[in-house]
Design a protein around this ligand. Structure first.
Ligand code: ATP
Ligand code: MG
Length: 443
């Protein structure tokens, strides 16, 4: 059943009373049938935008997208998008319709929508309108285009990424004909704005069923991120690994928590490997410096896909450090906290855990146990209230000036030297002890 909110039913009622057809439509109907809480409730109607505005004179109304027929009406504090039935024509850029035309039939409006599960409408009295078998496909978890898949992807290439995203988030299967068309049309993705691709990629990566999707559509991912293509079939030359670099990468993504920073890190953590492969004199393979090379590649990828600086920098840092040893001892732990902060160290541990889980089962157990020790060590060091940054140091620049030091670069240098001593355990982070050291040094 569709759990239509009171306010949405009321808006539909207002339109009906004015002589117009109106339905809840699209993602909200799908999510409601799935027993999920919809993000928002969209309404479609045969009323033209000006008729919608006229019908809602007593409401707060925003003409959000008049050209496309969309008006936002507020009821009980929520905004509802009300869009006139329309069809779209001529997608010469493989993304945007050249023209939209308003139509009077619900069926035509539903026919322009991407997948059968997204092409259903609901009316509180008339019930569900399902012309394309959406309910049947929802029941068996199938993502199927409305109409000819290849045409639909030619019209709007973004739909391919939406299909992969829905598959990863809902754990659904992409129907064979639709899947074939995605493989065939994937190059059209280059016509889509990078921001839109990134948004779908992020949601896909955070999906519970990401492994299945990445394994079934590597070619689509490589269209977005060609840097990853060499990983497919690339031998690890290492007994700890049961899989090639790409399969390991995919499994590590799935093994990480559903968080965008961590999942992006796993996707890219070994991207530098194939470029860094060498054999030593005895013929044994090595990947010298691949984390640094990977971080470099990640940088380019993030710039291209318009990632925000904060996410990009953190992922680059985690990629660069993912192989670094982190022994369960206080001193290296304080160093790590100095480099990455508490959040960063916890992320690094999650990355290492996901990496190990995606390697050969034979060695996983022992290495995961070591990680648990590292985690305990982190908690202990944090509980000590230890000092890892200049900010945590028991003396400040002001203290040094009061001691008679001249303002200038020496103040900062001295503080840094003190921090080094504290991090390495040569000095306690105590006011007296630190000042004593400074006095001795300046005598
Ligand atoms: P989400 O849960 O992410 O909001 P959604 O399916 O509701 O998923 P929206 O972008 O909110 O996605 O779009 C609302 C509806 O508009 C969809 O359910 C679908 O019917 C239609 N739609 C959205 N994008 C497209 C597209 N690229 N091509 C065809 N129809 C689309
Ligand atoms: Mg939606």
């Amino acid at each position: 059943a569709v759990a239509l909110p009171q306010a949405a039913a009321q808006l539909i009622g207002v339109l009906n009373a004015a002589g117009h057809a109106a339905y809840a439509v699209g993602g909200c109907v799908r999510d409601s049938l799935l027993g999920r809480t919809p993000k928002d409730w969209d309404i479609c109607t045969d009323a033209l935008p000006e008729q919608v505005m006229a019908a809602f004179q007593a409401y707060r109304v925003l003409p959000t997208g008049l050209k496309h027929g969309t008006v936002t009406v507020f009821a009980e504090g929520e905004g509802y998008e009300i869009t006139t039935f329309r069809k779209e024509a001529g997608y010469s850029d493989h993304r945007h319709p050249d023209a939209v035309a308003f139509v009077s039939a619900l069926r035509e409006d539903l026919a322009r929508r991407d997948f059968t599960m997204n092409a259903m409408a609901y009316h509180p009295q008339e019930g569900l309108k399902d012309y394309f078998g959406g309910v049947a496909d929802l029941r068996c978890g199938t993502i199927r285009c409305v109409g000819q898949p290849a045409w639909r992807f030619e019209e709007d290439a973004l739909r391919m990424m939406r299909a992969l995203r829905f598959a990863a988030v809902y754990g659904f299967t992409i129907e064979a004909e639709t899947a074939r068309a995605i493989h065939a049309c994937r190059r059209l993705l280059s016509c889509v704005a990078p921001e839109r691709l990134r948004a779908e990629l992020d949601a896909l990566l955070c999906g519970a069923a990401v492994e299945k999707v990445l394994l079934a559509f590597p070619d689509v991912i490589f269209t977005l991120i060609p840097e990853l293509a060499m990983a497919q079939g690339f031998n690890q030359h290492n007994r700890y690994h049961a899989y090639d670099v790409w399969t390991h990468t995919v499994k590590s993504v799935a093994a990480a928590p559903q968080d965008i920073t961590l999942r992006l890190t796993m996707l890219l953590h070994d991207v530098g490997k194939p470029l860094c492969f060498t054999r030593d004199a005895s013929g044994v393979g090595h990947f010298y410096g691949h984390p640094a090379a990977g971080a470099q590649l990640a940088r380019g990828i993030f710039a291209r896909l318009r990632y925000d600086r904060a996410t990009a920098m953190q992922v680059e840092r985690l990629v660069e450090q993912h192989c670094r040893e982190l022994p369960p001892r206080d001193k290296p732990m304080r160093r790590a906290l100095n480099r990455l902060g508490e959040v960063g160290v916890r992320q690094l541990l999650a990355v290492k855990r996901a990496d190990i889980k995606a390697q050969a089962p034979a060695v996983t157990e022992e290495r995961l146990l070591t990680l648990c020790q590292v985690e305990r060590c982190l908690d202990e060091v944090l509980a000590q209230g230890a000092c890892f940054t200049l900010k945590d140091l028991a003396v400040s620049g002001k203290d040094l000036l009061e001691l008679g030091m001249q303002p200038g670069p020496d103040v900062g240098k001295t503080l840094k030297a003190l921090l080094e001593d504290v991090l390495d355990g040569r000095l306690e982070n105590e006011y007296e002890a630190l000042l004593e050291t400074v006095k001795k040094a300046t005598e």
